[in-house]
Ligand binder design. Structure first.
Ligand code: ATP
Ligand code: MG
Length: 552
């Protein structure tokens, strides 16, 4: 199938066709100040995807110009997430900090051209001089410093002679520009902070806008693709590249960032959730981080499919969470083997099944894909069924098990309930049934109809598991819109069930293996806590969209 058109594909096709470029180079430039989220997945799929599609290459560049907020743990997680999504930067791993020496030389060049100056206004004064959206700014009293004085001060900034905030280096552009980004923006500031890559080599650090475009140019990026909020920065991006002897001339293109309802896609907010212990960490399965979605059981192919389906445009919008969940369902419906698991067990005893007898049923791992094979599932006198599949006094539309009613144990036998045994407190202890030996495999030879089919596991052939039922993290469609987002957490976003009963073989499942637990949903062996002797499964998604009726 032809990939759907998007305007970036069109631009690239035109550039290749006209000979503007012979091959394309894109980049994904995260700041290592948090874990990547689903919004970043869109940018990754776009940048790496376009490079792959047009036989070009995509760089992974850490935009590490804020030493105070950055951390090597974030760097490691970002690399892992990009690889897991199915992309590879090959040899092309870079850091803005790789270029600190060159960036500094570019800054000196601007000073020499009279296009940058050291400004000594305080932060508060700077704000006053900057003007507003409706009023022009005022020139800094330091704007006309001589080239020599600027070179001297900038050298002394680098040498560490001044405290933070004493001076900054600014571009000399236009304090009256209607675009605030062009009102003599800062290029370098003093930060007496150690950097994770460059240690204590520097105490001045370039600003994002200065470092970003020049890094693009140094890497010969052809198409610098970023989100729409950078559209206002584009004149500055171009201005910087136009003043300096750069080895290549990249162009910036903006696309709409991904917003999804019922969640947040901002590193700052995600960090707040982690810091306030609302979630167990950046990779909590409720987090929209790539590592959280991974731990939840979302397949990388489903995320790529989602990113392709939402497309790119130039207008901001909010995507429905159900679209993402449906991509996951579609993928798992086709790829996840089926299995049986009892979340809230009720014991069922087959009174006419001999005590010592056992037998095995051969069940298909996938109803539509015979290539996925079969498995042997043990059966004996004591069975567990889902407590909610039994009602002592059933209502009219209840077709599952009830006293005197016959149901099918999936793939095994038809059974009829003969008795209910109670605990002293009146709760149900177990239900007693008879099975019909003539119905082996689950079909009655006389063709009698049975409406309910239940999943089950045999008490002698099952294992115990902890199963975590995850749901959306927020109850508000747009968290943070009408209230503090921290007050809009879904109290039912996690339910932990212990003592669940699963098919024995599931204990051997590899961490991250995904299954459809019949009639329950899609589940994934927890990447961190599932291990031999301790089965832990996370619910990835329910079988159907249970939010549609609530919100629709
Ligand atoms: P956040 O807003 O969550 O803090 P950020 O933009 O500061 O994210 P960066 O590390 O700077 O995070 O982002 C790396 C790249 O990912 C940038 O090119 C940015 O445009 C892109 N990106 C970030 N968030 C989204 C999003 N929601 N949708 C699409 N692309 C995004
Ligand atoms: Mg950013």
């Amino acid at each position: 199938m032809d990939a759907p058109r998007n305007f970036l594909r069109q631009i690239i096709e035109n550039d290749l066709h006209s000979g503007t470029h012979t091959s394309i180079v894109t980049r994904f430039p995260p700041e290592p100040n948090g874990f990547l989220h689903i919004g970043h997945a869109k940018s990754i799929c776009l940048n790496f995807g376009l490079a792959r599609e047009f036989d070009g290459r995509c760089h992974l560049r850490f935009d590490d110009t804020n030493p105070g907020k950055e951390d090597p743990a974030y760097v490691a997680s970002i690399k892992e997430d990009v690889r897991w999504l199915g992309f590879d930067w090959g040899e092309h791993l870079y850091h803005a900090s790789d270029y600190f020496e060159q960036l500094h030389a570019f800054a000196v060049d601007l000073i020499k051209q009279g296009k940058a100056y050291v400004c000594s206004l305080s932060a508060e004064e700077m704000r006053q001089y900057r003007g507003t959206l409706t009023e022009p700014g005022t020139n800094s009293p330091y704007r006309e410093r001589s080239v020599e004085e600027n070179l001297d001060l900038f050298a002394r900034m680098r040498a560490g002679e001044f405290p933070e905030g004493a001076h900054i280096l600014r571009a000399k552009i236009d304090m009256a520009s209607p675009n605030m980004n062009m009102r003599d923006p800062a290029l370098y500031r003093i930060l007496h902070q150690e950097h994770q890559n460059t240690g204590n080599a520097w105490c001045i650090y370039p600003m994002y806008d200065f470092a970003h475009g020049l890094s693009d140019a140094l890497e010969h990026i052809t198409h610098s693709i970023c989100t729409l909020e950078f559209a206002d920065h584009k004149p500055l991006y171009d201005w910087i590249l136009d003043q300096l002897p750069v080895p290549a001339r990249p162009r910036q293109y903006e696309f709409n960032r991904l917003n999804i309802n019922y969640t947040v896609t901002s590193k700052r907010r995600l960090k707040t959730l982690v810091d306030n212990e609302v979630v167990s960490g950046w990779n909590d399965p409720r987090m929209p981080t790539i590592s959280g979605l991974r731990r939840r059981g979302f397949p990388p192919a489903a995320l790529r499919d989602f990113c392709e389906r939402i497309g790119v445009s130039r207008s901001d919008s909010c995507v429905d969470m159900s679209l993402l969940e449906n991509c996951v369902r579609e993928n798992l419906d086709a790829t996840a083997p089926r299995a049986m698991a009892i979340l809230k067990p009720l014991k069922l005893v087959l009174e006419n099944y001999p005590h010592e007898q056992e037998e095995f049923f051969t069940l298909a791992n996938h109803p539509k894909n015979p290539d996925m094979g079969t498995r042997e599932v043990g059966f004996a006198r004591e069975i567990y069924i889902e407590a909610s599949d039994f009602m002592e006094s059933p209502c009219a539309k209840f077709f599952r098990l009830a006293p005197g009613k016959e149901v099918r144990l999936r793939g095994a036998y038809l059974v009829t309930c003969t008795e209910v045994r109670k605990n002293p407190d009146g709760s149900i202890q177990e239900v007693i049934c008879t099975y019909d030996p003539a119905t082996r495999g689950g079909d009655a030879p006389d063709g009698r109809k049975v409406k309910g089919t239940l999943h089950w596991v045999s008490a002698r052939h099952c294992a115990e598991a902890e199963i975590r039922l995850y749901d959306r993290l927020f109850t508000a469609e747009l968290p943070g819109k009408d209230a503090d987002f921290l007050t809009q957490i879904n109290p039912a976003s996690l339910e932990i069930l212990s003592g669940c009963k699963i098919e024995q073989a599931l204990v051997q499942a590899e961490p991250e293996a995904r299954f459809q637990f019949e009639r329950q949903g899609y589940f994934c062996a927890d990447r961190q806590e599932h291990r031999p002797g301790q089965a832990v499964f996370n619910r990835t998604v329910t079988l159907r969209d249970s939010w549609a009726k609530v919100t629709g």
